[in-house]
Design a protein. Structure first.
Length: 434
């Protein structure tokens, strides 16, 4: 007849290990019956199963040990596992079946009933952190989320809830965290990526006064709040600037009208002086006495306030006529802008360059180069006259031109090497060219 000791060694140890697993299952079932207050016959059944499984386990272990060491070859345990091995194997199978059934009954009961363990398990699955404590700060119930948050924020387990709440209110957090708000409603950013709002509520549970500390994830809400706050600040700044603009719009308009008048007077006066000089010095000049008188009448008209009625239109023909009167050959190289605001800068710079070319450079030709980049419309003025001997001193004409350019957000540059050049950089506009 087959006995336990005739089996291969690995099968012997496998049966012992299987017996041990059944013993653990029986112990779990007995403890569950006691904790959850099962009926007495359920508890008695599991106790009997545990006792029988323990006896069988101890017998198998003892017999295996004594047989291997040759201590007692005629002992009771060796007899049971030797001569009555089949009976012991059948008993083990029956105990296994009943133990599995008992375990299934316990697990089913736990799934169908609310127990303290199931409440704790449910709390641990919540995304919010929860802690219930008494007035002394002793925690009664903590879920995993709150315990982990306490460790991240303070570096310690949550043993004293009152001390934890005090640190939150004072903003005493570890360096990796940021106390966004302190006081009665603390807000903390944990590890730089999760923002949590903490609240404390007094509750009465089972006749006992407890305090609930709750941690709620407000990461998205906090980010939106910061974005809204930033937008509000920008709107307040814009509103302030609009108010200042509204208060100063009259002064700005008046200054612009005065600047326009100065530029017109400067241009007309320079044109009249140059035309007169050319008429006196050159008897073969193309300008007649009547045209010269008309030019001076127009200049005097400006001094009399006539600049308020100047036309808003801009025309390159007027620029060519002025250059012809001054005896200057005007060359425009590049795409002429159709946008009137850009064309005004072309003409304003050209008028100033014509005056300076005749007065200072004694030039006979003025070249205007027009081109554009991704960001600016560039205007460059050069002449074939004498090179300036030193740094350019900006008079009334150049100063007024610079002010107009910079008011429009542009840049005005002058250079004298290798020859004099006046450069205007005006912020470009889409589809502003012919």
């Amino acid at each position: 007849m087959m006995n336990f000791f005739d089996l291969p060694e690995y099968l012997q140890y496998s049966l012992i290990f299987f017996n041990l697993i059944l013993l653990v299952i029986n112990i779990y079932c007995v403890v569950s019956c006691v904790i959850f207050e099962f009926k007495k016959h359920h508890l008695a059944l599991n106790i009997i199963l545990g006792i029988l499984t323990s006896i069988l386990y101890c017998t198998a272990v003892s017999a295996n040990f004594n047989f291997r060491k040759n201590y007692k070859t005629d002992g009771f345990d060796i007899m049971l596992m030797g001569e009555h091995f089949i009976l012991m194997a059948v008993l083990l199978i029956i105990l296994a079946a009943i133990s599995v059934f008992a375990l299934y009954a316990v697990l089913k009961w736990k799934r169908e009933h609310i127990t303290p363990a199931s409440i704790k398990e449910g709390l641990d699955r919540l995304p919010a952190g929860l802690c219930y404590h008494n007035k002394d700060g002793v925690p009664k119930l903590i879920n995993h989320r709150m315990d982990n948050l306490c460790r991240f924020i303070t570096g310690e387990p949550l043993f004293d809830a009152n001390e934890f709440w005090r640190k939150l209110q004072k903003g005493e957090v570890l360096p990796d965290n940021i106390a966004q708000q302190t006081g009665e409603n603390p807000i903390v950013t944990v590890l730089g990526n999760t923002t949590l709002s903490f609240t404390k509520i007094e509750r009465e549970i089972g006749g006992e006064k407890l305090f609930e500390i709750r941690a709620t994830d407000i990461t998205k809400k906090f980010a939106l709040s910061n974005r809204l706050r930033k937008s509000n600040n920008e709107l307040r700044e814009l509103n302030r600037r609009l108010q200042e603009y509204g208060e100063n719009v009259y002064d700005i308009t008046r200054e612009r009208e005065i600047l326009t008048a100065k530029v017109n007077i400067h241009d007309m006066l320079g044109k009249a002086q140059l035309a007169t000089k050319r008429y006196i010095e050159n008897s073969d000049s193309h300008i007649t006495k009547e045209e010269l008188v008309d030019i001076w009448n127009g200049t005097l008209y400006l001094f009399d306030g006539g600049f308020a009625e100047t036309k808003d239109d801009v025309n390159l023909d007027e620029l060519y006529d002025a250059a012809k009167i001054m005896g200057i050959r005007l060359i425009i190289d590049g795409p002429v802008p159709k946008d009137k605001s850009l064309l005004r800068f072309v003409m304003s710079g050209a008028r100033e360059s014509l005056t300076n070319a005749v007065h200072h450079a004694k030039a006979s030709e003025l070249k205007v180069k027009l081109y554009s980049t991704y960001t600016h419309f560039i205007i460059e003025y050069t002449n074939d006259g004498l090179q300036p001997e030193g740094e350019i001193s900006e008079g009334g004409g150049l100063s007024s031109l610079r002010q107009s350019v910079e008011t429009a957000g542009g840049i005005m540059e002058t250079d004298i090497y290798p020859k004099f050049i006046l450069r205007l950089k005006i912020p470009s506009k889409e589809e502003a060219y012919v």
